[in-house]
Design a protein around this ligand. Structure first.
Ligand code: 5RP
Length: 226
């Protein structure tokens, strides 16, 4: 199977899992990226079985609406039953690097609000130690240079993702050369404490609850190891 077929396969597994969790009044949280897009396209067939969705990006919201799936503001719902999203890297603790699609802040917000976070990925995203994928950091535009200097002090090599603005109107710094990240929780916290940082793409303090990983041997379901 090529990478796209793996993404389709893992999206199918996530749809089947989601159907066991939702009821008629359920809200499903929807992530961002090509794997999340596969999920959107496949869950569309079952849109009559739940109330609607909240989306982690304008792009996903548009795709959901194109399928006739209701999209609600997070402020308008009292509960998000389950959140489905991809990742750029995942380790055995189900700590993630996310934000390749610049949607990390809204992704982290919907994750925080959801009862369960299901990560879906193909096997290329599975790593022993996080940090080969440059860590995205969303930054208030006027703080760009200051935050970059602070990230250098933490041992990283930040690169401005030029011509990209997030849905929140901010910029992204991609931090290279962090591999191997020894303590993802510490680093997540330290970066978030830099004034001017909105959030960073480490999902370590609150990792995924379950990871469905598409491999050439089938879908493997991972729960976090200690
Ligand atoms: C977007 C993300 C995506 O989940 C991540 O980049 C993975 O994307 P894809 O499924 O296209 O590989 O964090 O901000």
């Amino acid at each position: 199977m090529d990478q796209n077929q793996l993404k389709q396969a893992v999206a199918k597994a996530a749809v089947e899992y989601t159907l066991t969790k939702i009821e008629a009044d359920s809200i499903v949280g929807i992530g961002t990226g090509s794997t999340a897009n596969c999920f959107i396209d496949q869950i569309a067939e079952y849109k009559h079985l739940f109330q609607g969705t909240v989306a982690s990006s304008e792009g996903s919201a548009e795709r959901l609406r194109a399928h006739g799936i209701p999209v609600f503001e997070l402020n308008a719902v009292s509960e998000v039953t389950i959140y489905i999203d991809g990742a750029d890297e995942a380790n055995p603790h189900l700590q993630l690097i996310k934000g390749g699609g610049a949607a990390l802040t809204r992704e982290k917000i919907v994750t925080a609000a959801a009862n369960e976070f299901v990560c879906i990925a193909d096997e290329s995203k599975w790593v022993e130690h996080l940090g080969n994928f440059p860590l995205p950091v969303e930054v208030i535009p006027m703080a760009r240079s200051f935050v970059a200097r602070e990230l250098v002090k933490l041992g990283g090599d930040p690169v401005w993702r030029e011509n990209v603005l997030t849905d929140n109107g901010n910029i992204i710094l991609d931090v290279h050369h962090l591999h191997p990240i020894a303590s993802a929780c510490d680093l997540e916290q330290k970066i978030n404490q830099i004034t001017g940082v909105v959030t960073n793409g480490l999902f370590a303090i609150k990792p995924a609850d379950v990871l469905f990983l598409a491999t050439q041997d089938g879908i493997i379901s991972h729960r976090p190891t200690d």
